[in-house]
Write a protein that binds this ligand. Structure first.
Ligand SMILES: [Zn+2]
Length: 289
């Protein structure tokens, strides 16, 4: 598959798996000297990144940048300084400044000011990234789809190559809901199984998106054998994110001072902690004042 020159023939590509594709996208544009590779490549994706970089370079999906590439990584003040220091105009957008530098400076001069090297995707590498944008999309939105895996995304797309990202998203959302539903059922079965948990407490999110139907049940305690989904057990609404916890009557209420639960600030969207006794009814009154 290699030509005499060692180049990969166009159209003959060695296939790489989805982790390798993701890693190619991730490495595209990273500094060689300070790549700052995130830990999850090792502990979550199980990649030996040194080996992977070598492989992608060998396959010519990744290469080292030409000196000009470093210009795109420079900030505006530096680009302006380079131009004005040589008597050229320094006005215009970033791309214009870069073009002006390339057009007016010698290759040697450019090499001098662009010492930092970067990994960049080759044309074949860019094609792979473009063809697999669904993998990249779901990797970026991992937290939204925590009940499904990237393997699943790859499989779905492979069995139906024409599927768009939004169509994939609909299927995954549906899977998420089914999985959430399964977990809720499993929780309830778990409560019932040993007869230890007699009662459960309903938990709605302290969040402005929680509807009042769910919110009003927050903190209420029900008998396990009287749990009815849609009445006193989630899901209560179409977009239900509610959960439950086992409830035990406690004589000692003192500990409650130290327990907290998470709420989401309606304005900033950031999480913060409130005392455990804060129900949704109390919370929504406080935040809407
Ligand atoms: Zn709910």
């Amino acid at each position: 598959m290699f030509g005499v020159s060692g180049e990969v023939y166009a159209g003959e590509r060695v296939s790489v798996d989805y982790k390798e594709i993701l890693f190619l996208w991730y490495m595209n544009g990273r500094s060689i000297e300070y790549p700052n590779i995130a830990g999850y490549w090792t502990y979550e994706y199980n990649l030996d990144y040194r080996q992977m970089i070598e492989k992608l370079l060998d396959l010519r999906y990744l290469t080292l940048s030409a000196p000009e590439f470093a210009l795109s990584k420079k900030k505006m003040p530096e680009l302006k300084r380079i131009l004005s220091g040589r008597g050229f105009s320094n006005s215009g957008k970033k791309e214009e400044l870069i073009r002006r530098i390339i057009e007016n400076l010698s290759a040697h001069e450019i090499k001098q000011i662009c010492r930092e090297k970067f990994f960049v995707a080759t044309e074949a590498g860019e094609d792979i990234i473009k063809e697999n944008e669904h993998i990249i999309y779901f990797h970026k939105n991992k937290s939204k789809f925590r009940f499904s895996s990237l393997e699943n995304v790859v499989k779905l797309k492979r069995s139906n190559p024409k599927m768009t990202i939004s169509e994939l998203e609909i299927i995954l959302k549906d899977e998420q809901e089914k999985e959430k539903e399964r977990l809720r059922q499993e929780t309830l079965n778990g409560y019932k199984k040993y007869g230890v948990v007699k009662r459960y407490a309903y938990l709605a999110a302290l969040d402005k998106h929680t509807c009042s139907k769910c919110g009003n049940l927050d903190g209420k305690v029900f008998d396990v054998d009287k749990a009815v989904p849609g009445v006193n057990y989630p899901p209560m609404c179409d977009d239900c994110r509610c959960t439950t916890t086992a409830h035990f009557d406690r004589n000692d209420e003192e500990d409650d001072d130290e327990l907290e639960r998470i709420a989401r600030d309606p304005e900033t969207g950031k999480n913060y902690y409130v005392p455990i006794g804060t129900t949704w009814r109390k919370w929504i009154k406080e935040v809407s004042e």
